[in-house]
Ligand binder design. Structure first.
Ligand SMILES: [Zn+2]
Length: 444
């Protein structure tokens, strides 16, 4: 039995426009025909016909930046410490299912506690659970100067952290070998440090020699690598090292952009985290005093050079940095597309191409997803409104009509919001210090 989808408009993920009156035929879990309805094989008596003639049909959407193990964290301690890895794996599975129900049939997880992400991936792939296709990294590799080593040195990087500390090239190479042995799909490291120099520039946490050695080992073992590179130095050294994908790139300068162009690296800004922080952070949030202003400034700086990168033809992948309190699972994945259009000058069609066929280049399934063509896996997202006219409609839950994963229709009934377990979160209990003076002040 085949399934015939008659599509009013079809975006195949490879171009930047949609075609009218197309038909997709699904046999088992794959697409066996895509083309004009007039040329399509005629459905037989037992075939199912699904009418999307008033709808817009796209390849299943892909978010390459979902931190499944973070649990919508409100603090670094939530990410690294408070819940046991076993609980995080269960929570991550529920998170992945929320992502799927929002129209995203594939995701990549760049930085995960222990083996949480690979285990959820394998649980889904073995058929135990329904969930999106997952491409996983392990813990993100960092140095004593790096993101991920954010606790005092007398605490260090705990075993349960999303980061893993390496203290030499040998240790970095060893960690890469361990993660590949543990069947990660790609390696994530942070090139950014935590501190700025006298010029105000964010310093990188690895030097050129170290980064180059790490990238060489990843490529020798046949895995791609992603570098967290927001600062000028991190962008430049990551690109020169031959990193496949650079996350963020906010403080890239012209020299960095030239290096990115020359290396053929892909950029993936993940601006949703910043924009949501600016838009949502309220008085009473501990970061209210500093973070929204800083991130507003970041968005401005980032936009400038990322626009230049787009004009220079640098490939872009799309990710939302979901998993934090400002980017909860299943909520803001498509907002990154709106941001690409609004701040970086992409057309809606270009942004959609980035989040489908371009994003698929990182995935385990490669060009079997992220496009609608003969022979690919039948991962399909169907919406009512045309996102080429208004890209923000992809964020509207009522606009999502159907999701197909491997030729099967996904149940889109929303899962209930899970209430946080009391030991999932860090223990900050008061946002003020109640001295007698402060209490009198508050009393007015
Ligand atoms: Zn991230």
């Amino acid at each position: 039995m085949s399934t015939h989808l008659t599509c009013g408009k079809l975006f195949d993920g490879l171009g930047e426009t949609a075609a009218d009156n197309q038909t997709i035929v699904i046999d088992d879990n794959r697409v066996s025909f895509v083309g004009p309805t007039a040329d399509a094989p005629k459905p037989g008596g037992r075939d199912e016909i699904v009418d999307y003639s008033n709808d817009f049909v796209l390849p299943g959407l892909i978010d390459i930046h979902v931190h499944l193990s973070y649990g919508n964290a409100q603090a670094n301690e939530d990410v690294d410490m408070y819940s046991p890895p076993e609980f995080r794996a269960l929570r991550a599975l529920a998170a992945a299912q929320k992502v799927l129900k929002s129209g995203y049939t594939s995701l990549a997880d760049p930085a995960s506690t222990n083996r949480v992400s690979t285990s959820v991936r394998d649980g889904i792939n073995s058929g135990m659970f329904e969930g999106p296709r997952i491409t996983s990294s392990g813990r993100q590799i960092t140095s004593r100067q790096g993101l991920g080593d954010w606790y005092p040195s007398w605490i260090g990087v705990p075993e349960s952290s999303v980061g893993v500390l390496v203290k030499s090239i040998d240790e970095a190479v060893e960690e890469i070998r361990l993660q590949v042995k543990d069947r990660v799909d790609f390696i994530k490291f942070t090139a950014d440090g935590l501190n700025r120099n006298a010029k105000g520039e964010l310093m990188a946490c690895f030097n050129q020699q170290e980064l180059t050695a790490m990238v060489e080992e990843c490529h020798r073992l046949g895995v791609k690598c992603i570098s967290h590179a927001r600062g000028r130095e991190a962008v430049l050294t990551s690109a020169r090292a031959g990193v496949d994908i650079l996350f963020h790139g906010f403080e890239m300068d012209q020299e960095g952009l030239d290096a990115v162009v020359e290396s053929g690296a892909t950029l993936s800004p993940a601006l949703t985290f910043l924009v949501n922080t600016v838009e949502f952070t309220r008085q009473g949030d501990p970061c209210f005093k500093w973070r929204p202003n800083m991130n507003r400034n970041d968005v401005e700086i980032a936009s400038e050079m990322l626009v230049e990168a787009r004009k220079a033809g640098v490939p872009f992948m799309v990710g939302s940095d979901s998993g934090f309190a400002v980017t909860p699972y299943g909520e803001w994945h498509a907002k990154e597309l709106e941001i690409m259009v609004k701040y970086l000058g992409f057309s809606p069609g270009q942004a959609l191409k980035c989040t489908t066929s371009e994003n698929s280049k990182l995935l385990r399934e490669g060009n079997n997803v992220g496009r609608l063509a003969d022979g690919v896996l039948a991962d399909i997202t169907v919406v009512k409104a045309n996102p080429l006219d208004d890209i923000t409609t992809l964020q509207d839950r009522d606009n999502l009509k159907d999701v197909w994963l491997g030729g099967k229709r996904v149940d889109l009934t929303p899962t209930e919001d899970f209430k946080p377990y009391n030991w999932e979160q860090s223990y900050r209990q008061w946002n003020d210090v109640y001295t007698r003076d402060r209490v009198a002040e508050l009393a007015g």
